[in-house]
Design a protein around this ligand. Structure first.
Ligand code: CAA
Length: 388
């Protein structure tokens, strides 16, 4: 056993510090405006690109920063601590590009991961449809072979950063008889003729991250845009989510920490009954529970990141567990931070109500927490247990 098991390496600590200083100086000052105006966090996008934190997971051989899974988690956590919307930039770039990284041809990897790393465009992930959310296998988007090309038709819904991203991993049915084994993955570009976008959804939170429908109307794709072999798309989509659910856990830990930091500071300044409210035991017990749960969520998330990096066989369980646990903690902790601030917490003059609204999505996207529990139960019943 080494110390590394119990503390972050110096390199990881340095990454946390570097991202934290960018987040505090160049992302936090705009977070309230971005939310209020429901606008893309362009200041954050520029700062992340400059720091090479926009898609840190891209391997060095494709021109990326080569951050491992834990380093990527730290980047996302630190950004989410000040602005969850902005943390979706590195998170969704990983989600969109990972299918290419896990299953794509060398040509696809060189071309698209290289472009992503160079900042030529973001990468979104198109799995969900109006009638296929949790039940992803029931998708209807269809790709039909025509000579050397595939012709893509359908609608994807709830697509994060749609319209902003240049590149899209799109899951489509190539053989309706085969259910999950008849689904294939493709890279589609925003500029491909026949691609268009719906209006921005009006959301409860993460208002700085555009969520739109994506329409494919007879989009002709060269055969080499297929990611991996025909019929492997669903498996690639699920393998991707095993890794990226860990990044949603990181967002959840980050927003929970941001809310806890604010509540701690407030409780030591706000006076009632002649003393700081932090001196009341009722408040102290709340703060203690918040700190305890954030730390438990963080440790589970980092443990899951280790499994993601190594590709351990229990990653599916750990990815689901970390996402589910951390997002439930984020909802509870941000709600309690609003409670600590009382009436002030309920107003937009303070950041905790935004954090509470932003935290909610982490219980829903990349698989609802009900789906995570299905995934965990199936893994446990199949005998896949922790390797510890
Ligand atoms: N790794 C590899 N392969 C996997 C897998 C995994 N983790 N999970 C499933 N598969 C493969 C298996 O090969 C399986 O085939 P076999 O029969 O050969 O085993 C095949 O996929 C079908 O799997 P299931 O039989 O388990 O399929 P199911 O219909 O019962 O559904 C589900 C499983 C877990 C509910 C799945 O549909 C699911 O995860 N749903 C949620 C979808 C989701 O997370 N959507 C989020 C969209 S992305 C997003 O939110 C982005 C954003 O905005 C940021």
């Amino acid at each position: 056993m080494t110390d590394e098991m119990f503390q972050l390496s110096e390199e990881h600590q340095a990454i946390r510090e570097a991202v934290r200083s960018i987040a505090e100086a160049r992302i936090a000052p705009y977070a309230a405006d971005v939310d209020e105006e429901a606008r893309y966090p362009s200041e954050a996008a520029a700062a992340l690109l400059e720091g090479d934190f926009h898609a840190p997971h891209v391997p060095e051989e494709y021109g990326g920063a080569g951050a491992d899974a834990l380093a990527t988690v730290l980047v996302i956590e630190e950004i989410a601590r000040v602005d969850v919307s902005a943390s979706l930039i590195p998170a969704v770039n990983k989600l969109g590009a990972l299918p290419v990284q896990l299953a794509g041809s060398e040509e696809l990897k060189k071309h698209y991961l290289g472009a992503l790393a160079r900042g030529e465009g973001g990468f979104s992930y198109c799995l969900s449809e109006p009638e296929a959310g949790s039940d992803a296998v029931s998708m209807r988007t269809r790709a039909v072979r025509d000579g050397d090309e595939w012709v893509l038709d359908g609608v994807k819904r709830w697509i994060t950063n749609a319209g902003e991203s240049e590149y899209y991993t799109v899951l489509a049915v190539t053989d309706p008889e085969k259910r999950s084994k008849g689904i294939s993955a493709f890279v589609v570009e925003k500029s491909d003729p026949g691609v268009s976008f719906g209006a921005k959804e009006k959301k409860l939170g993460i208002k700085g991250s555009p969520t739109r429908e994506v329409y494919f109307d007879g989009v002709r794709l060269p055969a080499d845009r297929m990611i991996g072999a025909e019929g492997t798309g669903f498996e690639t989509a699920m393998r991707t989510l095993d890794h990226t659910r860990v990044t949603i856990a990181a967002q959840a830990v980050g927003v929970a920490q941001g809310a806890l930091d604010y509540a701690l500071q407030y409780a030591q300044e706000r006076k009632q009954f002649g003393k700081n409210i932090a001196e009341f035991q009722g408040l102290q017990f709340m703060l203690a529970d918040m700190g305890m749960k954030v730390e438990a969520a963080r440790q589970l998330t980092y443990a899951a990141a280790g499994r993601s990096e190594r590709g351990d066989s229990d990653l599916t369980f750990f990815g689901a567990a970390a996402k589910c646990f951390a997002s439930d903690v984020a909802m509870e902790v941000t709600t309690n931070a609003v409670q600590v601030l009382g009436g002030y917490g309920f107003t937009r003059d303070y950041p905790v109500e935004r954090m509470m609204r932003d935290a909610k999505i982490t219980q829903i996207y990349e698989g609802t927490n009900q789906v995570q529990r299905i995934v965990m139960a199936r893994q446990l019943l199949a005998g896949v247990q922790s390797q510890l």
